[in-house]
Each structure stands twice: as structure tokens, then as C-alpha cells.
Design a protein around this ligand. Structure first.
Ligand SMILES: NC(=O)c1ccc[n+]([C@@H]2O[C@H](COP(=O)([O-])OP(=O)(O)OC[C@H]3O[C@@H](n4cnc5c(N)ncnc54)[C@H](OP(=O)(O)O)[C@@H]3O)[C@@H](O)[C@H]2O)c1
Length: 235
């Protein structure tokens, strides 16, 4: 199903991205790995059983996103799949959020995801085929204290993704949104909040969900996938 597909994974060195990358490396897909840190990308590439294209990219910089897409097209001629698994979290009380915190959340989680989605979608629209997976998180759908800036960015991702999905559906390009609850990944190393990582979902659970969406029969469109840890179950 994924054989020969060209799959761009943004945030490929992260907990979710690296786990998915390792799963995809044995499918016959051709992989493009993107994140900022070139050394981490190279280290991940060396442990894979296939040759991959690595492209150090800061997605807050639209020119760098264009370069990522151009390099992908130049090497492989097409993009079949974009997985947006880059992001970070600033979780703190609303009255302590600095303008720079809000800027970081919006620049990375919202605008960065917009730039990659837009750039990949243009290529997919030309070929009338493609699949974009945006890893949103449950805080793009439900509210939680301490998440005002993060949620603003993630609700924004849902908004633009649904709008673009409407524009793309007549071109055979689909968008899947993933609403995961807490995933035990390096994401939480930077978060200054007391959380119980043992109760979180594993990166494998998140990667498996994305893998499922990518492997579904062509006429199936997994629109949204929600997975919560048992400790935070709500409907
Ligand atoms: N962990 C959770 O509980 C959870 C739950 C739901 C949703 N999510 C979402 O899932 C996504 C991935 O999370 P994760 O848990 O895998 O986080 P992670 O382990 O911290 O990985 C983050 C990835 O994003 C990359 N990145 C950060 N800033 C970037 C930038 N400016 N340009 C390009 N790449 C950048 C990082 O690499 P570099 O630092 O080298 O750039 C890394 O590869 C995020 O959008 C997050 O909001 C996470």
C-alpha cells in the first residue's frame, strides 16, 4: 500500500515522528525527514535500513519550508504524504503568558504547520493525489487550564486544516487530523507542569494511528482520529 510513496515527515526526530519513521522505513516508501537539528536527523537516518533524504528545516521560516518541498520534488518527483509532527508546548497560567510565549506557539504550532500544509498541498493538487496528516492533539478540540496559548495554536490548526480540506477534496487530496491525549515523548521534557508520564499513551500508539490512516484503502478518508489515555477519558 505504501510502496514507493514519497512521505515527508516533519518533526521526524521527535517522539512521535521518529517512531513513525522507523515503522515506515520497512514499507518500501521513500522517506524525507525534516526537523531543525541536522545531527539528530543524520543519527536517525543512519539507524534506518533504507536511504532517506534528510533536510534540516525550521518550519517557522516559510522559505525553508519551500526549500524542503523543492528538494523533495527534485529528488523524488512528487509528494504523496506529508506528516506534520513538529511542535512544542508552553503550558502555563494565562496571566503569566508573555507575548514571546504566544509568538512561539503561533509561529511554530500554527503558522509552521500552515506553511508545510500549504506548500505540500500545492504539489499534491497538481497531481490530484495526496494525504496530509496533521498531529493536532486533544488540546485542539477540548480545553484545559494552563493551555491558553498552546490551545490557541492547535485550534487554529484545526480551523485551517478543515478549510483547506474542503478546497482539496475535489483534487483527491485528503487531510486527517489526530487528536491524541498525552503522549510520553520528549515534548514533556520542556513543559514546566507536573504530569504523570506513566499514565500517558506511548509514541507507538500515536505512530500506529498515523500508520493506519496512511494504509487505509484509497476511497477511505479517515477524517479525525481521537485517542485518549484511560486516565483522561471524556467524550
Ligand atoms: N506529546 C504529547 O503529549 C502530544 C499530544 C498530542 C499532540 N502532540 C503534538 O504532536 C507533535 C509532535 O509531538 P512530540 O510529542 O513528538 O514532540 P517532540 O518529541 O518534542 O518532537 C518535536 C519535533 O518537532 C521538531 N521541531 C520543533 N521545532 C521545530 C521547528 N521550528 N521546525 C521544524 N521542526 C521542529 C523537533 O526537532 P528539532 O528540535 O530538531 O527541530 C522534533 O523533531 C506536536 O505538534 C505536539 O504538539 C503531542
Amino acid at each position: 500500500m505504501l510502496e514507493d510513496k514519497v512521505i515527508v515527515i516533519v518533526g521526524a526526530t521527535g517522539g512521535i515522528g521518529a517512531t513513525l519513521t522507523r515503522q515506515l522505513a520497512s514499507t518500501g516508501a521513500r522517506l524525507v525527514l525534516a526537523a531543525r537539528n541536522a545531527e539528530k536527523l543524520a543519527a536517525l537516518a543512519t539507524e534506518l535500513p533504507i536511504d532517506v533524504l534528510i533536510s534540516a528545516t525550521d518550519i517557522t521560516q516559510p522559505q525553508q519550508v519551500d526549500t524542503l518541498i523543492a528538494r523533495t520534488i527534485s529528488r523524488f518527483g512528487q509528494i504523496d504524504v506529508l506528516v506534520n509532527a513538529a511542535g512544542a508546548g508552553i503550558l502555563k497560567a494565562y496571566n503569566t503568558i508573555e507575548p514571546s510565549d504566544l509568538d512561539k506557539m503561533l509561529d511554530l504550532n500554527l503558522k509552521g504547520c500552515f506553511y508545510t500544509t500549504q506548500a505540500a498541498a500545492k504539489e499534491m493538487q497538481k497531481r490530484k493525489s495526496g494525504h496530509i496528516c496533521n498531529v493536532v492533539g486533544i488540546l485542539g478540540k477540548h480545553s484545559m487550564p494552563m493551555a491558553a496559548a498552546y490551545s490557541a495554536s492547535k485550534f487554529g490548526v484545526v480551523g485551517f486544516s478543515k478549510s483547506i480540506a474542503e478546497e482539496l477534496k475535489r483534487f483527491g487530496v485528503k487531510i486527517t487530523l489526530f487528536y491524541f491525549g498525552g503522549i510520553d515523548s520528549p515534548f514533556w521534557d520542556q513543559v514546566n507542569l507536573k504530569v504523570d508520564r506513566h499514565k500517558m499513551l506511548s509514541c507507538e500508539t500515536a505512530a500506529n494511528a498515523i500508520f493506519y490512516a496512511l494504509s487505509a484503502e484509497p476511497q477511505a478518508i479517515p477524517m479525525e482520529i481521537n485517542i485518549q489515555p484511560e486516565s483522561h477519558l471524556f467524550f
